[in-house]
Design a protein around this ligand. Sequence first.
Ligand code: SAM
Length: 235
Amino acid sequence: MYRLTERNRAIGEMFSSIAPTYDLLNRILSLGADRKWRSAAVASMVPPAGGRHLDFATGTADMALEILRQKGGRAVVAGVDISMEMMRIGREKCRKTGWRERVSFLRAPGEDLPFRDGVFDSACVAFGIRNVADRERGLREMCRVVRPGGRVVVLEFSTPRGAVFGALYRFYFTRLLPRIGGWFSRRAAYAYLPESVLAFPRPEIFSGMMRAAGCSSVAHVPLSFGIVTLYVGER
Ligand SMILES: C[S@@+](CC[C@H](N)C(=O)[O-])C[C@H]1O[C@@H](n2cnc3c(N)ncnc32)[C@H](O)[C@@H]1O
């Protein structure tokens, strides 16, 4: 059994403290692009309609809701997270859409998922794997619970490489974003965001980690000039 580490707890508490303004800041800081990124990630999950899906580090359930939107009335989602406060907001959003009974929320660490092997058609994680204390173990768990032939889909920030755009983006990300975050929420949390993104492995390295965790093949696609990378693994 996995015990929550100090780091797990600190990360969970940080997300609980920013939960009330999390969605608003996502829209502002990404200029609305986060919806488009989630939509592209869900489009790469199988099957095209219906299915059982895992939303790992579900947070306020934006991915879970996008899955239900795209996959229609027969799809069901399990959302797992360590922050009760993020999931409380997610649960409320699902209730408002009338889809509450199609998403089950569970508080569990992604490093120790409370599911049997191969029970999901696809598993996704959006902007969550970067925060998972034992990333390799989290990826192995995602692979374990997806059936052979299913998909493991990861959406994560990356660092654009072009000399001009890369430099402009780094300025926005490391200087402006923490300041804007601080106006609406806890500045420390929005200083952690660029730090953790800059420390995240490059797409080629992270694809290798997904293969090592149990994906038979992995494709990675840059979105919005490489601000975000979409990883699609075959199980
Ligand atoms: C940036 S939010 C992403 C939320 C959501 N997936 C989205 O697309 O907006 C990261 C989430 O990861 C969760 N998290 C961090 N470490 C985790 C872990 N070890 N297991 C499960 N969830 C974790 C946090 O509580 C937080 O809700």
